[in-house]
Ligand binder design. Structure first.
Ligand code: CA
Length: 735
């Protein structure tokens, strides 16, 4: 009897420990300090993506093994970070599904499909992805709710127990170019959601809704509306003076979308948002006569109760290069000049790492964390970047610029460890050839950038094909010291497709790759400690949680979005994309498997003569560049999440006009272009693609070293002959 009592007492004590480590309700207090759980997109309000869990650590991480995985029904890319509360994982997928899974076993508890119309895909920049859900405890009647945004702009509140929708609101105008891919956040009973669409032409804003009713509480526009009319709030009266003409308004709205980062400081009662690029990209077409174009590419602090403006810092004034400042915002307390400061940090697309005082918005420091040739430095007197001769591609007739519109850092989450004091950043080193269009006419359902996206406008591609450009691109896991603004260490990656990052008190840094590896590194020096090979790209943010005293590490796999759509990784090219959740813990579960060899495509020789004139191919290339390339890849080189059109089968060639004009594959998201294009246009595109198919054998599957050699001996020399002076930006290592 006594031992039975001891057993019960022990069980009660143990369960008391676990209850203590798990939030009883999801509210401001528990999101601020989620202990063993993961309650918001970036784990807590600070969005450091650092977990205090350490039972998996650098001494035992080599014993980490796949405990279970869950295969999702969608294959359109995975960018979501799962949330975990009370033993349940909540995760969103491509095409706006949400799943609730048992966090111990992976058993599905419920599944919600938002049934997004597939033709909405053409309104997105980077695939039908979704980065995550939010959660909040309502009153006794409402209970715990799971919130997420759908690709077509709805905000959905789900009952966490049943997965049934409590309410749904449309957060974007009907028949507009908006989409939603980002995770919403909850602040004091308000659910905050942004949107995307800057490439297509929209006006950025965020909206706050009541978590219980779905009623709209406030909306903050990031850029002015019609300049001939009163603006919605006083901060826009100041902003409108920084725009020239009214073109931005006529061309869809100016951009500045808030498609990813939202952070909250409960103590200061400030909500911070990161705003997107200008629309169109080309600043001369967007704002003739100049101007900084507030609040594009900015960090803006707002009052979460009202949406009132408090301060802003513009990361990229006069944006001209798709340099969003939507990238992750992270709050921390760090020492600056011997004094502890409450800071907000960002590694935006433009290649500079920013540390700001988050009370006042004062810029404390900014240095390059990646190659950036558009600006030499940030002038600390003015807080403004100093542009180089390469930046103004309108004036110089076109130039190579680092970083590219993919960004030196994009949506892939970074992580800040208070233990090491380092920020771990997935860096993308990719140049881009910027060439201005003379004019731009706004088109619904199309990219409206004012920048030429054709291969032939890029002399480097023209000479050497895609391979030469590949030689210049790479990725990097960078450990950055934000106090001294310099690298602590780096792990070079051959591909820029490197994934989001988790750091833990176990002295570990976890990162996935476009080639399907998921690895753990020593947080102090970057030593590789453990690696798992999955069967698809691993790019989403990893996370960790503890249940019954066991630590789990989870990450979503699945290719898609930005870099993977168009550049990707050679290892994964032509492989069947698998969207899964991978969950690891210490042990030996016998599930680890080698890379699947399921090849989707082989190089098919054209079974017909290419009966097209060079003029037709050229026309086809131009049409391809402006209508197809943003999904199917520059030069028709895709990563096969969206089909690589150089690998078309005979049947697809036969059906080509029906697919492209008639929309016979619109159920898969490939809409028909009959409203805007003729049969002749489509035949010209087809000729260009056949031409690319014929060129394929000379362009495929070079190793990284071969590409470098190709670039040095062929590309550089040829381009140098043809375009003297053009590659100064490439050779000029002073930036
Ligand atoms: Ca953009």
């Amino acid at each position: 009897m006594a031992s039975r009592l001891i057993q019960i007492a022990t069980a009660l004590l143990l369960s008391a420990c676990f209850v203590q480590a798990q939030a009883t309700v999801v509210n401001e207090q528990s999101i601020s300090n989620p202990d063993n759980e993961w309650l918001s997109y970036g784990r807590n309000y600070k969005e450091q993506r650092f977990s205090p869990l350490d039972s998996v650590n650098r001494d035992n991480v080599d014993g980490l093994d796949l405990a279970w995985s869950f295969k999702f029904s969608t294959a359109r890319g995975m960018e979501a970070t799962p949330l975990v509360h009370k033993g349940v994982i909540y995760i969103s997928t491509g095409w706006s599904h949400v799943h609730a899974l048992d966090a111990r076993t992976g058993e599905q508890l419920w599944h919600f499909d938002a049934k997004v119309p597939r033709d909405h895909l053409i309104k997105t920049c980077c695939g039908a992805v979704n980065r995550g859900v939010a959660m909040w405890q309502g009153d006794a009647e409402t209970g715990l709710q799971i919130f997420f945004g759908t690709l077509d702009g709805r905000l959905v509140a789900l009952d966490a127990k049943t997965g049934e929708a409590n309410w749904v609101v449309q957060t974007t105008p009907d028949n507009s170019n908006y989409s939603v891919t980002g995770a919403p956040r909850v602040v004091d009973g308000k659910i905050i959601i942004g949107n995307g669409g800057g490439e297509l032409g929209v006006r950025g804003y965020i909206t706050a809704y009541d978590t219980t009713t779905g009623g709209e509480l406030w909306r903050f526009y990031t850029v002015p509306g019609d300049p001939s009319k009163p603006q919605e709030h006083p901060a826009l009266d100041a902003a409108v003076k920084t725009w020239g003409g009214d073109e931005w308004h006529r061309l869809g709205g100016g951009g500045g979308t808030v498609w990813d980062s939202l952070v909250y400081d409960p103590e200061l009662d400030l909500l911070y948002i990161g705003t997107g690029n200008g629309s169109p990209w080309n600043r001369e077409l967007r704002s003739p006569g100049g101007g900084d174009n507030l609040y594009l590419s900015s960090i803006v602090a707002l009052r979460p109760d009202t949406g009132a403006y408090v301060w802003h810092y513009q990361v990229t004034p006069k944006d001209n290069w798709d340099y969003t400042a939507t990238q992750q915002l992270t709050l921390a307390e760090i020492e600056v000049d011997g004094e502890e400061r409450k800071v907000i940090m960002q590694a935006p697309k433009n290649g500079f790492f920013y540390v700001l005082d988050r009370v006042t918005g004062e810029l404390l420091s900014a240095e390059k964390f990646a190659r950036a040739t558009w600006a030499s430095h940030i002038d600390m007197e003015t807080g403004r970047p100093v542009e180089t001769e390469y930046a103004d591609y309108q004036a110089n007739g076109g130039s190579y610029i680092w970083p590219s519109p993919y960004g030196a850092h994009n949506w892939q989450p970074m992580s800040f460890s208070p233990k090491t004091g380092l920020m771990y950043i997935p860096v993308q080193n990719i140049p881009h050839y910027f060439s201005a269009q003379k004019s731009v006419e706004y088109k619904v359902n199309r990219w409206n950038t004012g920048v030429d996206l054709n291969e032939s406008r890029d002399p480097l591609s023209w000479v050497a094909g895609q391979a030469s450009a590949d030689a210049l691109i790479s990725g990097e896991l960078l450990a950055w010291d934000p106090v001294n603004q310099k690298p602590a260490w780096k792990v070079p990656h051959a591909s820029p497709a490197n994934g989001g990052i988790l750091s833990t008190a176990g002295d570990l840094v976890f990162q996935g790759m476009g080639n399907g590896t998921f690895a753990a590194y020593d947080a102090d020096n970057g030593d590789a400690l453990w690696q798992y090979q999955s069967d698809s790209a691993v790019l989403a943010g990893p996370m960790t949680y503890e249940l019954d005293g066991e630590q789990y590490v989870a990450v979503a796999q699945g290719s898609g979005g930005t870099v993977m759509l168009t550049i990707g990784d050679n290892l994964m090219r032509k492989k069947v994309n698998q969207n899964k959740l991978l969950v690891f813990k210490l042990g030996d579960f016998g599930l680890t498997r080698a890379l699947a060899d399921e090849s989707l495509a082989t190089i098919l020789p054209l079974s017909e003569e290419l009966n097209a004139t060079p003029e037709q191919i050229k026309k086809g290339e131009e049409l391809y560049g402006h209508n197809c390339g943003t999904c199917h890849g520059i030069s028709a080189k895709s990563n096969y999440i969206v089909p690589d059109l150089r690998y078309m089968s005979d049947q697809t060639h036969l059906d080509f006009v029906g697919i492209v004009l008639g929309g016979s594959r619109s159920h898969k998201g490939m809409v028909g272009f009959y409203e805007t294009h003729t049969v002749e246009d489509v035949e010209n595109i087809h000729s260009y693609l056949k031409h690319q198919q014929q060129r394929l054998p000379e362009m495929v599957e070079m190793t990284f070293a071969q590409k470098i050699e190709y670039w040095v001996t062929y590309g550089l020399a040829k381009v140098g002959e043809q375009f003297p002076g053009l590659l100064n930006a490439t050779r000029d290592m002073s930036y």
